[in-house]
Design a protein around this ligand. Structure first.
Ligand SMILES: NCc1[nH]cc(CCC(=O)O)c1CC(=O)O
Length: 333
């Protein structure tokens, strides 16, 4: 709510409070700590290796042993949570997506290994079929259509396998209808009532996911686009309805994705529902900042910190960001 100045100039001189670092510090409205960061990482098969992702300079896919080391490092930096994404080559992509709910797939193997070594680290997963799907979609494709209800059944199996492996937070990112309720009911029935759901509730059909699809090996695979399930970037009211729906089905926390281009949604979600609200600073946002920084066009560290602060100012409790360890190191001073 904009407040009218109590006094006209020169009785009021707003610059008085901007004059020194101490005055600015004591009147700063928004704070950011490593507690506000969730670090998404990419996994690959093998041992003691990593491979760079060309469209995300500075980010690599890690084998599970290296992911464990990354978790140790993140924990040391005060980062409370990590989110795991598997890279899958064409050979592990099928039409039935069975690898998605295998107890020993890359994600579930990594969950057990990290929990063993760094039990304090909260682990979040992604629930969607795209890393395992021959055609790159988040759901099953039948006669060119992404079919909702059979996909939800598969997502439930995926969720249960992740919960059994020890995931703390499940992140359904698929945008099928009814999946939160189905997953929540299955978790209760199998004794995983303590597992949290951070729903990708306001997930838009965005071009900013491009580099991610390279990272998980889906770019070549994806046939068509995701507009029949992800939200039209023009729609704010619909995004708010999706948040309300997912909360009513048993989500504990909600996400807005992408981030910076959707800060209006972040602010409105927090104001309307007051629940733990997260934004995903997605791969394309990372690539834009890092690409410009590496060309010397912007000051990378400052633009990164300013972009993260913007999410806090908009009302987000935290941000999923590939910059997490770098930002945490800067916060440590
Ligand atoms: N369900 C897949 C998923 N989970 C997270 C992202 C994007 C993350 C990023 O771009 O950083 C995507 C891509 C998509 O929906 O196509």
């Amino acid at each position: 709510m904009p407040q009218p100045f109590a006094a006209p100039y020169p009785l009021s001189r707003p610059r008085r409070l901007r004059r020194t670092p101490a005055l600015r510090a004591m009147t700063r409205e928004t704070a950011m700590t490593p507690d506000n960061l969730i670090w998404p990482i990419f996994l690959q098969a093998g041992r003691d290796e990593e491979s760079a992702i060309a469209s995300m300079p500075g980010v690599s896919r890690l084998t599970v042993d290296r992911a464990v080391e990354a978790a140790r490092e993140a924990h040391g930096l005060g980062i409370p949570a990590m989110c795991l994404f598997p890279y899958t080559g064409p050979e592990s992509r099928t039409e039935d997506c069975a690898e998605a709910w295998s107890d020993d797939n890359l994600t579930n193997t990594a969950i057990r290994a990290i929990k063993d070594a760094v039990p304090e680290m909260a682990l979040m997963t992604d629930i969607a079929l795209d890393p395992y799907n021959a055609n790159g979609h988040d759901g099953f494709v039948v006669d060119g259509e992404i079919v909702n209800d059979p996909t939800v059944e598969a997502l439930v199996k995926m969720a249960l396998a992740q919960a059994r492996a020890g995931a703390d937070i499940l992140g359904p990112s698929d945008m099928m209808d009814g999946r939160i309720g189905a997953i929540r009911a299955a978790l209760e029935a199998e004794g995983h009532g303590h597992v949290a759901i951070l729903s990708y509730a306001a997930k838009f059909a965005s071009a900013f996911y491009g580099p991610f699809r390279d990272a998980v090996g889906a770019s070549g695979a994806l046939k068509g686009d995701k507009k029949t399930y992800q939200i039209d970037p023009a729609n704010a009211e619909e995004a708010l309805r999706m948040v309300g729906r997912d909360l009513s089905e048993g989500a504990d926390m909600v996400m807005v994705k992408p981030g910076l281009s959707y800060l209006d949604i972040c602010a409105r979600v927090k104001e309307a529902y007051g629940v733990p609200t997260f934004a995903y600073q997605v791969s394309g946002e990372y690539a834009m900042i890092e690409g410009a920084a590496r060309n010397g066009w912007v000051d990378g560290d400052r633009v990164m910190m300013e972009s993260l602060l913007a999410f806090r100012r908009a009302g987000c409790d935290g941000v999923l960001t590939y910059f997490a360890p770098r930002a945490a190191r800067i916060m440590a001073g």
